[in-house]
Ligand binder design. Structure first.
Ligand code: PMP
Length: 443
């Protein structure tokens, strides 16, 4: 079907190298288009070129307004906000786009200190440290926390930044089956004897690493069980809340709040500012001792230019809105809206017969395509009807588990969601990805 729709040659499965290169070409052709506006509910997609029967690449400059079903702008702060935007502009005037210095070399502004206090308070941890990039937060922190002689036990679907941080640390790495606490326990039992004191174990330190919401699965972490097992075997827990902080929980405090876990039970809480807060950067929140140690030893704190002041102001202001400290109820409304939007969109997709991964309340909902040949057909089919979706394939997912990854925002209106559902349904019929029978009451 994708061949009919797009004029594609069948993808070769025999030679993975050839296949992969070919797939990358297609991916660029399909949706690596520049965006020329804020990542709001609707955004401007620039048609870079059109593919003329694979013979010539004609350049075009057409800009299309598309429904944005792919950004991590969960609470809608990434677009202009009546509270955040004027403050960000003020901070730009007062400070500058960059500090041109590392934190320890004059790159700490009053905004950085305020941000660290504000995020620690939000996370309900004694202290926090912030970095200019979420990816770097994982990849630079893990080698500081653990090294040779240590053991990392990582969920099999953890993000690449965690994988690279773990590899860079020099610690031994063991992987447990995705979100399967019983397998985590099995792996731990292979490494240590239950009840053995830390000092008598073959490992200097053990860290169990999980994510709050898995970015390619939309699934919530089985956090209470993971914590119980980690405690039983005296391992530290490290939780990446990139997709859950600000997006879930009654007051936006992530999976801990949603699942009734006391943040004090998670040793290291990590998160990014690039999603719910509409900014950039990442944080680690933990005990005073841990954060002090990281400030003295982490190269990404000592040698990298600190987070940009306007980006810091955006996060501070967004947290104030979420907590209602701006004097309005907009934060609470945004949180209620993202929950309602996500649950509505997910259940409608399921009713139509799509295979949708992930849990109730999660704004991340992958629609399974399976066959990678369906990627260009699905994404182009949607784009032709002004709906932008992100499709994901190898190496981000296993080869034959390609999917479209929908991200829902509080800024989507009901009409937006219905438009998205109609287009996805039509294209889904064309591409053949409704793997279950539809329920009679389709929207
Ligand atoms: N952790 C997870 C789980 C992620 O999904 C991502 C990116 N989406 C990151 C870390 C890196 O964050 P950033 O994009 O803010 O650099």
């Amino acid at each position: 079907r994708s061949t009919n729709l797009q004029g594609y040659a069948p993808i070769c499965f025999g030679n993975e190298d050839f296949y992969t290169r070919r797939l990358y070409l297609r991916i660029q052709d399909c949706f690596e288009r520049p965006i020329s506006s804020a990542p709001d509910a609707w955004f401007d997609v620039v048609e870079r070129y059109s593919n003329d029967n694979n013979k010539t690449l004609k350049r075009t400059t057409k800009i299309t307004k598309c429904l944005n079903l792919g950004s991590y702008n969960y609470l809608g702060f990434a677009a202009s906000d009546e509270y955040c935007t004027p403050r960000v502009i003020e901070s730009l005037k007062k400070f500058s786009p960059s500090n041109c210095s590392a934190r320890a070399d004059g790159g700490t502004t009053t905004l950085h200190n305020e941000l660290e206090k504000s995020i620690a308070n939000f996370i309900r941890k004694p202290a926090a440290i912030v970095f200019g990039m979420g990816y770097v937060t994982n990849s630079a922190i893990l080698p500081v926390l653990i090294g040779k002689g240590g053991l990392i036990i990582s969920d099999s679907l953890n993000h690449n930044s965690i994988v690279n941080g773990a590899r860079g640390s020099g610690a031994t790495i063991r992987v447990f089956l995705h979100n399967t606490p019983s397998h985590l326990e099995e792996v731990l039992r292979e490494q240590i004897v239950e009840g053995q004191p830390r000092t008598h174990r073959p490992w200097k330190k053990i860290i169990v690493i999980v994510e709050g919401i898995y970015s390619m699965e939309g699934e919530l972490c089985k956090l209470p069980e993971i914590i119980a097992i980690s405690k039983k075997y005296k391992a530290y827990t490290y939780l990446d809340e990139a997709h859950s902080i600000g997006a879930v929980g009654k007051t936006g405090r992530g999976v801990c709040e949603l699942l009734g876990v006391d943040p004090a039970d998670v040793d290291i809480l990590m998160g990014t500012f690039t999603k719910s807060f509409g900014s950039c950067g990442g944080y680690i929140a933990g005990s005073q001792e841990l954060i002090q140690y990281l400030k003295y030893t982490c190269p990404a704190h000592l040698y990298a230019t600190s987070i940009s002041p306007p980006a810091a102001e955006q996060i501070i202001s967004a947290i104030k809105v979420i907590l209602g400290e701006d004097g309005s109820t907009r934060g609470a409304k945004k949180l209620a809206q993202i929950r309602e939007n996500s649950n509505f969109f997910r259940s409608e997709l399921q009713k139509m017969g799509f295979e949708v991964l992930g849990d109730h309340d999660s704004p991340v909902m992958p629609i399974m395509l399976y066959n990678p040949a369906k990627i260009p057909a699905f994404s182009r089919g949607c784009l032709e009807q002004n709906v932008a979706v992100v499709t994901v394939a190898f190496p981000a997912t296993p080869l034959l588990l390609a999917r479209a990854r929908i991200c829902i925002s509080a800024s989507h209106s009901k009409e937006d969601l219905i438009k998205g559902l109609e287009v996805i349904s039509q294209v889904g019929d064309l591409v053949g990805i409704k793997y279950f029978p539809a329920e009679p009451n389709k929207p």
